[in-house]
Design a protein around this ligand. Structure first.
Ligand code: NAI
Length: 348
């Protein structure tokens, strides 16, 4: 067990649960980082991790990120995350989902699950057959549904905040934005950017998705290789984590990085590397909080989309406070955001 406590990403996590079910082949890790502000809420991610250590690293980083995200979004929720080890295209069965549901139920509401990469609304309904501690469920039944449109809205408002601060402009007319990933969030973000008059470049490893998103926005498809290095005003990463690293940062040609992907900085020091290149970075977990805000209203038992949107409209204020403090103290926005969050969860 010392390997877990000594893990480089272990950071005051309250509990780490390794869940296994022989019959279904369930192998999952549930990380509960903090319940200081409320039950630990965060998505379930299913991925074909190459090693158990990769899965553990992911769950530790993501669950801490959820603590910080929920705290800075002003939600009465702590931070947690679950990773399900397996290929979401070939290994998923209803029985596997139900086994995960039983593991979540065993935590008696300390962990509240929602959808993340590799999971669908249908999967959440399957999990819900075994536990009531699951959210992001079918809107037809009065739940909040897919959180991604709300995530995209929060990213759009954050991009506008960054553009106002860095470019002194209140509108996005003609602002060039490169979106990496035309999935649930990226495609919706591209659509909203298009409506605001931005020039959108979009890329996806699935060319059909990129084509469809570009067609819906009047945008342009660019290659997966080029999207990060396009000559743009804003880069909006909406696919993978760790894309801001020693290789990519020196080659970026953007003024601003502001997107939905979790854990965009490969390592904390890359926040400074961006600042040294004069690039403004909107800390990912502040920018992408729209989805969990949606979930939080569902958890409250009183889901109301209008109130969710009202809450998301507070994200720019938080971002502005972070940028102000960072400028005043000569720190980077990611460091200031972490510090604010640590104070809010009693870990400073
Ligand atoms: P998704 O799985 O629907 O979309 C991701 C897209 O990225 C897919 O279309 C995939 O083909 C594409 N992609 C993968 N590798 C790529 C690459 N190298 N270059 C270009 N495209 C690539 O996921 P979703 O829900 O849109 O989430 C996107 C990101 O935002 C993820 O990092 C997720 O963790 C994060 N996020 C999502 C939230 C949500 O509400 N869905 C909430 C907060 C964060």
């Amino acid at each position: 067990m010392s390997a877990v406590f000594d893990h480089v990403e272990f950071d005051h996590h309250e509990r780490i649960i390794f869940a296994h079910d022989h019959q279904t082949g369930l192998r999952a890790i549930i990380g509960i980082h903090s319940t200081f502000l409320g039950p630990a809420a965060g998505g379930v991610r299913m991925a074909n991790y190459t090693s158990m250590d990769d899965a553990l690293t992911d769950v530790l980083r993501l669950s801490r990120g959820m603590s910080y995200k929920n705290a800075l979004a002003g939600l009465p929720l702590g931070g947690g995350k679950a990773v399900l080890i397996g290929n979401p295209k070939t290994d998923k069965t209803p029985e596997l989902m139900r086994a995960l549901g039983r593991a979540i139920e065993g935590l008696s509401g300390r962990y509240l699950a929602a959808e993340d990469v590799g999971m669908t609304l249908a999967d959440m309904e399957e999990i819900a057959l075994e536990t009531s501690h699951v959210f992001g469920r079918d809107p037809k039944a009065g739940f909040g549904g897919e959180p991604s449109p709300m995530t995209a809205l929060g990213v759009l408002l954050s991009i506008k905040t960054c553009v106002r601060r860095f470019m002194g402009r209140d509108d996005l007319g003609g602002v060039r934005v490169a979106v990496q990933g035309a999935g649930a969030v990226g495609a919706d973000l591209a659509r909203q950017l298009g409506q605001e008059g931005a020039d959108v470049l979009i890329a996806d490893v699935d060319p059909a998705r990129a084509q469809a998103a570009a067609a819906a926005t009047g945008g342009q498809v660019v290659s997966v290789e080029d999207v990060l290095f396009a000559d743009v005003d804003v880069l909006a990463p909406c696919a993978l984590g760790a894309i801001l690293n020693d290789t990519t940062i020196p080659a970026l040609r953007t003024k601003i990085v502001c997107g939905a992907a979790n854990n965009q900085l490969a390592e904390p020091r890359h926040g400074l590397a961006l600042a040294e290149r004069g690039i403004l970075y909107g800390p990912d977990y502040v920018v992408n909080a729209g989805g969990i805000i949606n979930v939080a209203y569902e958890v409250s038992g009183n889901y109301d989309a209008a109130r969710v949107i009202e809450h998301i409209q507070r994200v720019p204020k938080t971002l502005e406070r972070i940028f102000e403090e960072a400028a005043d103290e000569g720190l980077t926005p990611d460091v200031v955001a972490d510090r604010m969050a640590q104070r809010l969860i009693g870990q400073s």
